[in-house]
Design a protein around this ligand. Structure first.
Ligand SMILES: C[S@@+](CC[C@H](N)C(=O)[O-])C[C@H]1O[C@@H](n2cnc3c(N)ncnc32)[C@H](O)[C@@H]1O
Length: 280
């Protein structure tokens, strides 16, 4: 079977299951060691060299498994990161969170200073690496409560060539315990609320501990309630959020913060997706 024949056969099957044909091309690039998706066309006449492995990958794709887990890699801004089922696949919204951070940080601090920045709930390490890529002078921490997730983050941190400090622990605890003080927190915590529709490819494959928000046990509350213990002066928080959580987060700020200002911001799809809080 040629690459073109394999693509034609499996793109048809994928379409029947509402799976993007782009994902079939990504599998072909991976298993046939092509340079990029254009090669699926330009190298189309070439015989498949790894047909059984590609077909095994296709079986997983047709079973709704995200293509990133099958190929073990996800793109985030300028980076390719290792991912597997221990970590969330980085999303476009989180690229926007990092863009918001980059645009706004200069409103609060001189970005030439060596700011201490914590990415809490780092997962694959995508946010920490992107922040360090843009601001090499910042001191960046990447923390997660899941030791499984932090193992993946550590591999990506090491592969990035950036100096980033990984920390294991619940929300601010590893910082409080080690006496580390922060200027900025950036976090994309679990925020899917009960009853919210989530695609089966997400719920069946991505780690539940990375997805689900619980009102009595969540990262937003854990951070806001103990902020004083990690502040060295004014501190700025950049959160990714669910639009469903706006009321809850307003109440949380009133409960735990005193001298602060905040802004909810929309993502490019028009959903309230980010919360920036400036605490004096
Ligand atoms: C939505 S994922 C985000 C992963 C990554 N930052 C990203 O944007 O792709 C949330 C992450 O927070 C971690 N997490 C959940 N509860 C936590 C807690 N209490 N303290 C620290 N990390 C936590 C999960 O293990 C998961 O890796």
């Amino acid at each position: 079977m040629t690459i073109a024949e394999a693509y034609s056969k499996y793109a048809k099957l994928a379409k029947e299951k509402d799976i993007y044909s782009m994902d079939v091309r990504r599998l072909l690039v991976h298993y046939e060691h092509l340079r990029d998706q254009l090669d699926v066309i330009t190298e189309g006449k070439r015989e498949m060299q790894n047909l059984p492995a590609f077909e095994e990958g296709m079986k997983r794709l047709l079973n709704d498994e995200p293509v990133e887990y099958i190929i073990g890699e996800a793109e985030f801004l300028t980076r390719k990161l290792k991912v597997d089922r221990r970590v969330l696949i980085p999303r476009l919204e989180t690229e926007e969170l990092v863009a918001t951070f980059s645009e706004r940080i200069g409103d609060y601090f001189n970005p030439r200073n060596m700011l201490a920045v914590a990415d809490i709930g780092t997962g694959s390490g995508c946010i920490a690496i992107a922040v360090k890529d843009s601001f090499p002078n910042f001191f960046v921490y990447a923390s997660d409560v899941s030791s499984d997730a932090l193992e993946v983050a550590k591999e990506n941190l090491a592969g990035s060539g950036e100096e980033i400090t990984p920390l294991l622990g619940d929300a601010l605890e590893p910082f409080i315990k080690s006496g580390r003080k922060l200027d900025v927190i950036i976090s994309n915590p679990p925020y899917i609320t009960e009853g919210e529709y989530v695609q089966p490819s997400v719920t069946n494959f991505e780690p539940e501990s990375a997805l689900l928000f619980k009102e009595d046990d969540n990262v937003y509350q854990k951070i806001l309630s103990r902020l004083d213990e990690v502040k060295k002066g004014p501190i700025v928080l950049f959160f990714e959020i669910s639009p469903e959580l706006v009321d809850y987060l307003n109440k949380l700020m009133v409960k735990y913060l005193k001298d602060y200002s905040y802004e909810f911001m929309e993502d490019s799809n028009g959903f309230v997706r980010f919360l920036v809080i400036d605490v004096n």
